[in-house]
Structure formats: C-alpha cells, structure tokens
Ligand binder design. Structure first.
Ligand SMILES: Cc1ncc(COP(=O)(O)O)c(C=O)c1O
Length: 501
C-alpha cells in the first residue's frame, strides 16, 4: 500500500448553482439504458427497503476469511502479544472475547435487535437525481446510515457495546468523540441501557458544534472539552499547549485514563477495534440483500475512513464473499482527508492508539500517535491511526485508498444536497467526493459501473461548516511531508532498537 495511485483529488465539476439544477430538472432529462436505448418506461425505483423481519441476525467477522492472520496487539512494556486479562481494566469480558474472535458469524442478541429496529434495516437509495444531474454513466447507490436516532452509523456499535457492558456489570462508560456523532451515539445507547456516560469531546469540535454537545447532554451524558483538566493526560497537553485544538488521540488518552482509574467504568471506542468493525457489518450485510432486490452488483464500494468502521462495515461482507469464492470482488475504496492522510501517506507499523501512549500497541497505518491534525471540518476523520483490519487489507491489496481535499469535498456535498436533498456529514462527503470522481473516471473509460457508497451520517449539526464553506472561509490543507516524517520518528521503539515497523 502506501501512496494511492490517484493522490489528492481535485474538483472535477463546479458546485451546481440553482440555475443549473433547475434547468436540468425543468428539462426532464432522458435516462439511457446500458445499451443506449431510451428508457422512458424503465423501473424508477429509488428505495430498496428490507422488512424488519429480514434484518441480519448475525454480524460478520472478516477475520475468518482472511488469507493472512492479523498481527496481535502488543503490551507496550513487554512487546509481547496481549492476553485477554490485560484488556480487562478497560473492556468488559464479552467485548474482549469478540475482539479476539475468529468466528465468521456472531449472533446479534435479541435486546440489540430490538433497538436496531428503531432505524434498521436502513434504506438503500438509488441516487437517480444525482445520476441525472451528472448524466452519469454509473449507477449510484447509497446506504443511508443517517437515519439512526443519533444521525450516523455509530449507534450500530454503540448499542451493542452498551448492551454487553450492562450485561457484564459496568456502571459507567467513558469515551472520546470528534465530530460528536460517536459521543451522541454512545450517550443514546447508555441512556437506553441505564448506564452513565462521560464523553471527552475534541476541543475544536466542542467549540464548532455546541449542539452536538447539547444532544449528548439531552441523552444524559457528561461532556468535557479535550484536552481537559480532568485527567493527567489532558493536563499534560494543556501545560504544553494551552490552546490545543485537541485530537482524537488525546481524547482517547483521557477516556482510557478515566476508565482505568475507576473500577465501575469501562472505556468504549467508536471505531478501529475488531469488535466495532464486526458490529458495523450490518451495513454491508443489509446492502447485499438490498442490491439483490435491485438486481445489481457493485463494481465499487466507497466509504469515508476515519478509524475505518463505516467503510469496513459496508465493504467487508462483500470482500469476504469474494475471498471465500476465490473471485475478484468489487473495488473497495477508502476515502480520507488530505489533511489527515493515514492510509495514503502513513506508515504500516506498531503504534499506540492514543496520544499519551496508554493503549496497547497495534499494527496499523499511522501518522504517529502524537500527530495533531489541523482543525478541518470533518472531526470524525481526524485520527492518526486506522483500524488494524482495514490496514491489513490495504497492505494486502484487498482495498484501495484515496485522499481528497476539503474544498472539493464540500463542493461534492453541495451537489449531493442539491440533487438528493440529503445534507451529508462532512465525513460522509469524502465518500461522495470519491464517488463523483469515479463517475468522471467511468465516463472517460467508457464504462457503466455500479457504485455503492456509504452515507455514514447527516450533517444537520455541521451547518457551521457549511456556512463557512459558503462564505469562502474554508481552505485546503495538505499535510506537509516534513511533519509526517517528524511524527513517524516518534513511533515506539521495538526490541532490537528499530521502530515498530
Ligand atoms: C458521520 C461520520 N462518518 C464517518 C466517521 C468516521 O469514522 P469511521 O471511519 O469509524 O466510520 C465519523 C466519525 O466520527 C462520523 O461521525
């Protein structure tokens, strides 16, 4: 892996102005079938919905189908593989078991299915209006995860984690949040299962998104801006950088320290870990059933990538099927910001999951655990690392990665909002950007692919970012190579004197 073939993506179409959109729809454009015949009588179905009774009752675990075994997490002191007991201070037994599981399928308990039914199965939408606007040679489908009560895919794992914690005797959950989507999801899940919830919210998002903070408080959570004076990790950062915008790595250190120091509390992570990716597999499993209703197969799977959970949730069931059949599956494309280019420019190495070095060492693509990305408007993608499983698949050529610039991403979000009507979360807009780029690539190549994209969340709490974009106040930021190299030099040193690579 390493550098993507495509590098930073730039704008390919202008932001649609009203006249253009109006003009396109006023003219009732003609859609053409793959063989060029006009299709006035074609089936114009937009939503592919599954009845509740067909919601998956098992999660999928790609570890069972991988051609190579995942590298184990290591104890940072001994550099030896971690035993389940070493995770016990911060995670409940059921989730430790899932984290280490190589079972292909894991039953979803009835109590979790009961909550999932509030929004699952989530709709699969054929983006016909976007296709028409683009005069797209590609069929574009999106899995709408923004319909959950908290507004994103995050409750798929939050509900599961709260359930298992409650069952295993936890009284309080601690966590970090970037954009606020994960914090809202865990606050919601905690309230459903009668748990207290403490959220360390990355400072820049705390300031940019006060209503996400309010939503967490409505669900009953206690919310601190991170770095905070509440923990040693937070105090250490504040002493050196009083104006630190924070990062997910710092907020994770705070939440882990809080959980480790309180016997009745456990820590909950909204991405990265194997069990989180397992819980998110409901996205892809549902999409497979829905695409068969549409009589279609995806050529491309596209998801934005922060820690990797929505992307993996969408893509892994498809990749796993292809691995089992020994076939070439759809091309899976993980999309990240150019300002935090973990998969495209990071190193595959053992590193800490947090900034203070409190977590186990995990083998992943990383920009260095003390990397503090600039304050761009996709808080959920500001993470220095990547899910070990996503990293492993990238290393083995089973998925691709692209990075996109902030302005081109918001431009794509505007196109999507003005055609499909859905205001995407800035994180999800990265997947939209890449989808629009794939459409242009298909046009140039003369192909007619099916693209399946994960719309990981809505952007109703991100209107401050849209306001800044519309006012011309946002900028692109390409993270300098020198900064990346400097952060990588601080990777943990492994036995033998080398770094963790
Ligand atoms: C809407 C949305 N999409 C995507 C992400 C990125 O996380 P992941 O890569 O784990 O899906 C986040 C993280 O907060 C998010 O809020």
């Amino acid at each position: 892996m390493g550098d993507s073939n495509w590098g930073g993506t730039t704008a390919t179409r202008p932001v649609p102005n009203r006249r253009r959109v109006f003009c396109v729809y006023g003219a009732t454009p003609t859609l053409r079938s793959p063989n060029g015949m006009e299709r006035f009588n074609m089936e114009k179905r937009v939503k592919y919905e599954l009845p509740e009774a067909q919601m998956p009752t098992q999660w999928y675990n790609i570890v069972a189908d991988l051609p190579v075994a995942p590298e184990p997490p290591l104890n940072p002191a001994t550099k030896e593989p971690l035993g389940p007991d070493e995770l016990a201070p911060i995670f409940p037994p059921s989730l430790i078991e899932q984290e280490m599981s190589a079972e292909r399928h894991i039953d979803i308990p009835g109590e979790i299915l009961d909550v999932y039914r509030l929004w699952r199965p989530s709709p699969l939408i054929r983006a016909r209006r976007l296709e028409r606007f683009l005069d797209s040679p590609a069929r574009i489908y999106y899995k709408q995860e923004g319909t959950s009560p908290a507004g994103s895919h995050k409750p798929n794992t939050a509900i599961a984690q709260a359930y298992y914690n409650k069952r295993d005797g936890t009284r309080r959950l601690t966590t970090e949040t970037g954009a606020g989507q994960w914090g809202s999801a865990l606050a919601l899940a905690s309230s459903f299962f009668g748990l207290d919830c403490t959220v360390y919210m990355v400072r820049i998002s705390f300031d940019q998104k006060p209503y996400r903070r309010s939503l967490m408080q409505v669900y009953g959570a206690e919310v601190f801006p991170s770095p905070s004076p509440e923990t040693e990790a937070g105090r250490a950062v504040l002493a050196e950088f009083p104006d630190s915008p924070g990062s997910l790595g710092i907020a994770i250190s705070e939440a882990v320290e809080d959980a480790a120091g309180h016997g009745d509390a456990c820590y909950s992570l909204g991405s990265v870990l194997n069990h989180v990716l397992v819980h998110q597999s409901v996205i892809g499993l549902e999409a497979q059933a829905q695409l068969s209703l549409a009589g279609d197969n995806p050529d491309f799977l596209v998801g934005c990538c922060g820690g990797g959970s929505n992307f993996a949730g969408l893509a892994f069931p498809f990749i796993g099927d292809a691995l089992r059949r020994g076939e070439q599956g759809p091309r899976a494309i993980a999309v990240e910001p150019a300002a935090c280019p973990t998969l495209t420019r990071g190193t595959y190495a053992y590193d800490f999951g947090d900034s203070a070095g409190m977590t186990p060492l995990v083998k992943m693509h990383t920009l260095g655990h003390d990397f503090v990305p600039p304050g761009f408007h996709a808080g959920g993608l500001r993470y220095h690392g990547e899910a070990p499983l996503v990293s492993l698949l990238a290393e083995n050529g089973l998925l691709e990665a692209r990075s996109v610039e902030q302005l081109a991403t918001f431009e794509a979000a505007m196109t999507f909002a003005r055609t499909e009507g859905v205001l995407p979360a800035p994180e999800s807009a990265h997947a939209i950007r890449a989808t629009l780029d794939l459409v242009e690539e298909a046009r140039e190549a003369g192909t007619e692919p099916a693209i399946l994209m994960c719309l990981s969340g809505h952007g109703h709490f991100d209107l401050g970012a849209y306001e800044a974009y519309l006012a011309g106040e946002l900028q692109d930021y390409h993270y300098p190579e020198s900064e990346i190299q400097a952060a990588l030099e601080r990777l943990p040193v492994m036995d033998g004197g080398g770094d963790a690579r």
